[in-house]
Design a binder for this molecule. Structure first.
Ligand code: UDP
Length: 238
């Protein structure tokens, strides 16, 4: 353990669900503000922060296909949902006094910048929080895969997966009192045991690029900064 952050640049994957607060649908501004404050804490420690936001709080492609929609159309709607979340998060980050840019994989010039890797790099060098929106820009993918992809492109030292649980367990901790949290796992163990950390494409990409994944609870205030100092509860996939 140490009081200083263990990483120079990280990517935070924040699912759409994490923005729900106590709501069933949409964006809870109070929750988004709290996550922005957590990002500020990490930013103040000198860590360069990139964020990939999901869209599940608004729309998921699978729910569209379940109702008979074409998969690609539904997935594009899901990607649009991530842009809405990204704008909400950018607003909250700016209210915390940080500079932030949203870079969308689907160009949308009236609302944000298009994703250009070198531009993202410059923003980070200037101390801005970069939010990657619209996933990979392709249907049939997820924002987990987008997170692994952007983490590789931006040469992040770690991918932090913020969930509702403080790590990866051998069984559902909400159903089983004796569930045990893994301290560390390898990418291969996650794949072989089909542990629900991120989807397999994301895990494979992280493995090929030797990116550690730290799974932690984004619902606990200050947990993002704590994990960056290797404090508190989390599971590390290395
Ligand atoms: N999506 C997509 N391609 C991507 C990323 C996302 O088509 O590269 C769509 C997909 O329909 C997905 C939705 O956007 O269901 C929202 O993303 P995700 O489910 O990953 O969000 P999260 O579960 O993290 O909130």
């Amino acid at each position: 353990m140490s009081n200083t952050p263990q990483y120079r640049r990280v990517l935070l994957k924040c699912s759409g669900e994490a923005l729900l607060g106590n709501q069933q649908y949409g964006i809870d501004v109070e929750t988004v503000t709290r996550i922005a404050a957590d990002i500020k804490e990490a930013h103040d420690m000198g860590v360069e922060v990139c964020v990939v936001v999901g869209g599940g709080n608004i729309f998921r492609g699978v729910s569209g296909t379940a109702q008979g929609m074409d998969r690609s159309s539904a997935d594009y709607m899901g990607m649009m949902a991530t842009v809405m979340n990204a704008l909400a998060l950018q607003n909250a980050i700016e209210q915390q006094g940080m500079d932030s840019r949203v870079l969308s994989a689907i160009p949308m010039s009236a609302v944000c910048e298009p994703y250009i890797r070198r531009r993202a790099e410059r923003h980070l060098e200037k101390g801005r929080v970069v939010i990657f929106a619209a996933g990979t820009g392709n249907p049939y993918f997820t924002t987990d895969t987008a997170a692994a992809l952007r983490a590789a492109e931006m040469k992040c030292n770690a991918l932090l997966k913020g969930t509702n649980v403080d790590g990866v367990y051998d069984k559902d901790p909400q159903k089983h009192e004796d569930a045990k949290r893994y301290e560390t796992l390898s990418h291969l163990e996650v794949l072989a045991q089909d542990l629900k950390v991120m989807d397999a494409a994301a895990i494979s990409l992280a493995r090929e690029n030797a990116i550690p994944i730290l799974v932690f609870s984004i619902q606990e205030e200050g947990s993002f900064a704590r994990v960056l100092k290797k404090e508190g509860c989390f599971t590390e996939v290395i």
